[in-house]
Design a binder for this molecule. Structure first.
Ligand code: MSK
Length: 653
């Protein structure tokens, strides 16, 4: 059991689930063993009804599918289809956010407003909307409309991709992977993987990259920017994380999924005096709205709402016996929630027509009635409090303080101060050898791995080697729970150079930048580093790297492809299912380097993976002829011994 997670709260709930006979993803995953070897290698093809076909990796059995397709093309086609699905999910999220902003601007939604007018005006100027008007609603409607056009655009280049450095864009144009429109590239990808279509592994992978770039520099970027405009661009904010945020004396509502539209409203309604009074009438002291997965990150970044856990804790939250309602929107929602909820009093509430689950109550989210729907959900949860079986309640005590809410906009101010906002101190820190570089740690959990273990191993290694870490998604959930985003405790783990920078600037060494779509913030931060100068003229020259050490979803495949194609070498684990094709494996781990200036690292040992990431940063530093690092890395033991008193509290605005 202890090898299932490094999180004590998760282990406790796994023990409780077992003693109560409740099956979770951890058990269901084990029941799938042994997994299909052909599937693991990517050599299984189910594209048509002459199949399923499979290729013998040992060269003794069939080497072609019934149609004559090669193993290389099957492997590439499977990855391409996965990337298209991932890109569609992120992008559809972006579309929903744009729709909501458009309807809000027209006065057709209930309870929403435009919170960040400054960002709205900046974006209006960027996308060519006349911002010389005092009517913010009119500007917002035009900006939302312009963003919506990006999905169906048939010709030209994506507007947001124009943010990329010139060299990057030239590369994409030369390789013909500059996305035209978000939907267009996804549809073309799906066409190309149909039976009897593309059988050239390289061509398939290039189009997968094109569709993925449409996600990173299109759908996801739209989602981030328009969410900021509508709900406010985050600023550093304190909160707490892990299952210990649930309260025995309160109504606990857990929101889970990705889109912030309904969850923002649920937080607002639950904090309202009317609902809190209703909770007291029902015998509870208060209402807690906590989050799981990226819905958690959205309401944490802007409202400081507590984070109950990451992906693999969604069922474990219900196992506490203290959750009155789990409200889900889209993506990363396990259907198994329904089976687990039936073992307790928890009401599972689905809210999207795109993600319904048998056994759940369905309240369709409609922006026109957002407040009414949120009130209905919160009052239903409050009413359910009396049905709680006290004998079954066990809330883990684990929870940690954290600071979240970092964006490109506020990092400017943290680094340069109020009067000279700039990325200069970051670039200078890298040039002078205080900082080795920056690594983005992102992604999911995976029941086939020890929950949260890879994150913790890699991040500790990076911090002691003076690497600044930026994080999103369920990775941010892990690092929050384990205290690495706590301004006081985190200094325990840093090398001297990184600590000096963080103390001077007032930022933690692990910056929580939001949900999975907010990986676009990391791209934007890289753009600012290039603009600031001195460490490269395109992203592929920067001493930066990416890492998704517990990846799980098709979205992760899309993210991996657009991040590497944007010039950021990335460690990805478990590896893409490409080991059945030497050519595809070589292209991703070497070939992309020649074409995009970056490549994938597939490494299952987290300590070795950290070493490889550090090597990438050192090679970039060497190529840039930067100064040697000022300090040797903190040794493992000192990492433990450094005390909290070295820390300066972070500025929380
Ligand atoms: S929620 S995609 S498990 S990060 Fe964004 Fe977490 Fe991965 Fe879902």
């Amino acid at each position: 059991m202890s090898d299932r997670s490094v999180d004590k709260a998760a282990l406790n709930m796994l023990r409780k689930a077992k003693s109560e006979g409740v099956r979770t993803a951890f058990d269901r995953s084990d029941l799938q063993e042994p997994r299909c070897g052909f599937g693991e290698l990517g050599l299984c093809c189910q594209q048509c009804y002459m199949g399923p076909c499979r290729i013998d990796p040992f060269g003794k059995g069939p080497q072609y599918g019934a149609c004559g397709i090669s193993g290389d093309a099957i492997v590439a086609r499977n990855i391409a289809r996965s990337a298209a699905i991932g890109a569609s999910a992120h992008s559809d999220h972006g579309r929903d956010v744009a729709d909501n902003l458009y309807l809000t601007a027209l006065g057709k939604t209930q309870g929403y407003e435009i919170k960040d007018q400054r960002k709205l005006l900046a974006l209006a100027e960027e996308v060519g909307v006349d911002a010389f008007s005092s009517d913010f609603n009119m500007i917002a409607a035009k900006v939302a409309d312009k963003c919506l056009e990006q999905f169906g655009q048939q010709k030209g280049e994506l507007l947001f991709a124009q943010r990329a450095p010139e060299k990057q864009k030239a590369r994409w144009r030369n390789l013909k992977v500059m996305p035209r429109g978000i939907d267009r590239e996804i549809v073309e990808m799906l066409h190309m993987v149909h039976m009897g279509m593309d059988a050239d592994y390289h061509n398939l992978l290039l189009h997968a990259i094109k569709a993925a770039l449409g996600d990173g520099w299109g759908g996801s970027m739209i989602a981030t920017d328009l969410t900021d405009i509508q709900f406010g661009t985050p600023t550093p904010i304190r909160s707490t994380a892990n299952l210990g945020v649930l309260r025995e004396d309160a109504v606990n509502i857990v929101v889970h999924g990705h889109e912030p539209t309904l969850s923002e409203m649920i937080v607002k309604v639950a904090r309202d005096s009317e609902m809190r009074a209703l909770a007291r009438d029902n015998g509870a002291e208060d209402i807690v709205v906590a989050g799981i997965c990226c819905t958690a990150n959205e309401i944490l970044m802007r409202q400081g709402a507590p984070l109950a856990g990451n992906f693999l804790q969604q069922e474990l939250a219900i196992v506490t016996g203290a959750v009155e309602a789990m409200v889900v929107d889209v993506q990363c929602i396990m259907p198994g929630l329904s089976q687990v909820a039936q073992c307790y009093h928890t009401k599972l509430i689905t809210t999207s027509k795109k993600a319904r689950i048998p056994g759940a109550v369905h309240y369709q989210f409609e922006p026109e009635k957002a407040v009414d729907i949120a009130k209905k959900i919160v009052s239903e949860a409050v009413g359910n409090y009396r049905r709680r079986d006290r004998a079954k309640v066990e809330i883990p005590k684990e929870k940690n303080d954290l600071v979240a809410g970092f964006t490109v906009e506020n990092i400017f101010y943290h680094l340069g101060g109020k009067f000279r906002p700039s990325f200069k101190p970051l670039n200078e820190g890298i040039i002078q050898g205080r900082l080795r570089g920056v690594v983005g740690i992102v992604g999911c959990n995976n029941a086939r791995l020890t929950h949260d273990h890879n994150y913790m191993t890699i991040v500790k290694e990076l911090l002691r080697h003076d690497v600044l870490v930026v994080t999103t998604g369920c990775s941010a959930g892990c690092l929050s729970k384990q205290g690495l985003l706590n301004p006081e405790a985190m200094f325990t783990w840093c090398g001297n150079g990184l600590r000096e920078i963080c103390e001077a600037v007032g930022i933690p060494p692990v910056l929580h930048m939001g949900s999975c779509v907010d990986n676009s913030r990391i791209l934007n931060a890289c753009i600012e580093m290039v603009k600031e100068g001195g460490i490269g003229t395109d992203i592929s020259q920067l001493p930066v790297a990416g890492c998704a050490p517990e990846a799980m979803s098709d979205k992760a495949v899309s993210i991996g492809l657009y991040v590497v194609a944007s010039g950021i070498t990335t460690h990805f684990n478990p590896p893409f299912r490409v080991h059945g094709s030497k050519k595809v494996l070589e292209y991703l781990s070497e070939g992309m380097k020649a074409e995009f200036g970056a490549h994938f690292i597939f490494e299952s040992d987290p300590k070795k993976a950290a070493g490889k990431l550090i090597k990438v940063l050192d090679e970039k530093r060497e190529a840039l002829k930067l100064k040697p690092m000022l300090y040797p890395p903190l040794d493992g033991e000192s990492q433990q011994k450094v005390t909290e008193k070295n820390a300066h509290p972070v500025a929380v605005g």
